[in-house]
Every structure is written in C-alpha cells, then in structure tokens.
Design a protein. Structure first.
Length: 285
C-alpha cells in the first residue's frame, strides 16, 4: 500500500510536505481490500524508495561503542558521527546520520466489519535480530535503571521529536535497545528496501490471521520523503513452509546456473575440437 501522497486524489496528499517536527503530526487513512486470507503469521513492513542507506559516509556515521552502552563514548561520541556528533555543546545520543534519519511514521491497522473498525493487534517485539538486541545494542550502565538519569548530559538527535529514553514505555524496549531503532540501524544494501515494522500472530488454527475483506490503515505521517523524490509504502507479507515470497534468490540462482551451464557447453566444444591435436614437435614428412 503506497501512502506517499504524491497523487492529488490520495488521502495522504495533504501530508506531502510535512516536516520532521510537525505538531500535531499530520494523519491520514487509506482503505484497501485483501482479496485472499492470510493464514499464517503476518509480517508488516514499511518500505522506502530512492533512499540510499548504502552511501559510504552515511554507513560510517555511527558510534558502535556508544550503541553498545559504553559510558565514555556516550559523552564523547566518535568523530565519524559528524556533523551529528554534538548539538548546542551537548553530545548527541545516539549520534550519527543513520540515527538522525530514523523512520518515525506510526501505522495502525483496522479490519472493517459492517462499518465497524476492529483494531488488529500489532506486536512490536521480536522484530530485531537476536544478536543485535542482546549483543550489539545495550543501554548505558550506572546506579539504578532510570534511563533519564543514565542519559543525563546528552541531547536527542536533531530530527527526533523526543529523546532516546522516551522511545517506549516498556523498560526492555527503550533506549538503545528499542527494536524499531535497532531495525533501522541495520542499513539496507539497495535504495529500495523494506524493514520489519510489526508482527501479527495467528491466534488459533480455526481462523486466518487476516481474513479477506476490507481494511483501513491509519497513518501518523511524520517522515518526509518528497524532498528527495522518495516513496513510502506499507507491506503485508506471510510465509509458508518454503519461506517467504521473494523471487530474488531464485532468479539469482537460475541466472548463475544458466551462465555456468552455457560456459560449460562452450568449454566442452572447445576441448572436443582442439583438445586432441598432435602436440608432438616432430615435423611430419
């Protein structure tokens, strides 16, 4: 579901020129229909286009020691984070261009049944890699578990509406270990990408996870993409026993296999035609 809003008829067109700190955020609703039921667990992604997370300076603009909870790096971030290292003479936590550009749209999904909007439960935990959540990202350590005190002396990234210790109300999903933040910090290799946003778990085997029918997507439109001709979309996907519906690996394997087969045939012909030549140095009569 593309909700960029570039089309004049789009409900999100009014939010097209939104800024990072719009208060209150611009909201819009897009209605859509699922033609087929989603039987197993559903993965909800947000997708961005024309966003180059693979730019060399962008990829380097972070401080892994700070993200791993090192107290000295918290107050003295790496110079790789410039120009997002400090703001108003205070160190930025988390520093760098990757964190500063974190995706911050809010998406809510509803099923429409007889003109009644039934909210779909979206699970925000379990979306990050286990190694990222438990090894690479850690909050600063100190006396007590009060993140406000642990992050004292730092300031929020320039484009963030609130500091890192207010990303979530649950302590095990706040600060540097917030899973939305962790997912964003794993940069994409291509300019068109998707990142996992929420999980929709199947409740029982008698009912599909998402029934075929009408749905609505409520969007708190905070993330500006129109300035660089980007696009935003919401993706619903599910998996079977064979995995997800992603043709990239299949196409890659078939392409490489076909090239190898073609080269094998060519080399076989060359070997058959020229491989049995007389290599003797004797000059025939």
């Amino acid at each position: 579901i593309d909700y960029t809003g570039t089309e004049p008829s789009s409900p999100c067109n009014k939010c097209l020129n939104v800024s990072w700190d719009s208060t209150p955020p611009c909201t819009c609703t897009i209605n859509f229909t699922l033609e087929h039921s989603f039987e197993s667990n559903v993965f909800m992604y947000y997708g961005l286009s024309n966003f180059y997370q693979n730019h060399r300076r962008y990829v380097k603009s972070r401080d892994d020691s700070q993200l791993n909870g090192d107290n000295s790096s918290l107050l003295n971030p790496s110079k790789e984070c410039e120009p997002y290292r400090t703001n108003e003479d205070k160190p930025i936590a988390p520093c760098g261009a990757i964190a500063n550009s974190m995706f911050n749209d809010t998406l809510e999904l509803y099923r429409i049944d007889n003109d009644t909007r039934i909210p779909i439960t979206l699970i925000k935990k379990g979306i990050a890699w286990w190694t990222d959540k438990n090894v690479k990202f850690r909050n600063p350590t100190g006396d007590g578990n009060n993140l406000t005190a642990l992050f004292q002396g730092t300031t929020k990234p320039v484009n963030w509406p609130k500091p890192v210790y207010m990303l979530d109300s649950e302590p095990d999903n706040n600060g540097f270990i917030n899973e939305d933040f962790i997912v964003w910090m794993r940069t994409a290799a291509l300019p068109t990408f998707r990142k996992l946003y929420r999980l929709i778990e199947r409740k029982n085997n008698l009912q599909p996870t998402l029934q075929a029918g009408k749905y609505s997507l409520d969007i708190a439109y905070n993330y500006p993409v129109h300035s660089f001709d980007g696009r935003k979309r919401m993706i619903l996907s599910t998996i079977s026993w064979m995995g997800g519906k992603n043709p990239f690996l299949g196409i890659a394997y078939i392409t490489v296999g076909s090239i190898c087969f073609f080269l094998g045939v060519v080399l076989l012909i060359i070997h058959h035609k020229y491989g049995n030549r007389n290599t003797s140095a004797d000059i025939p009569n």
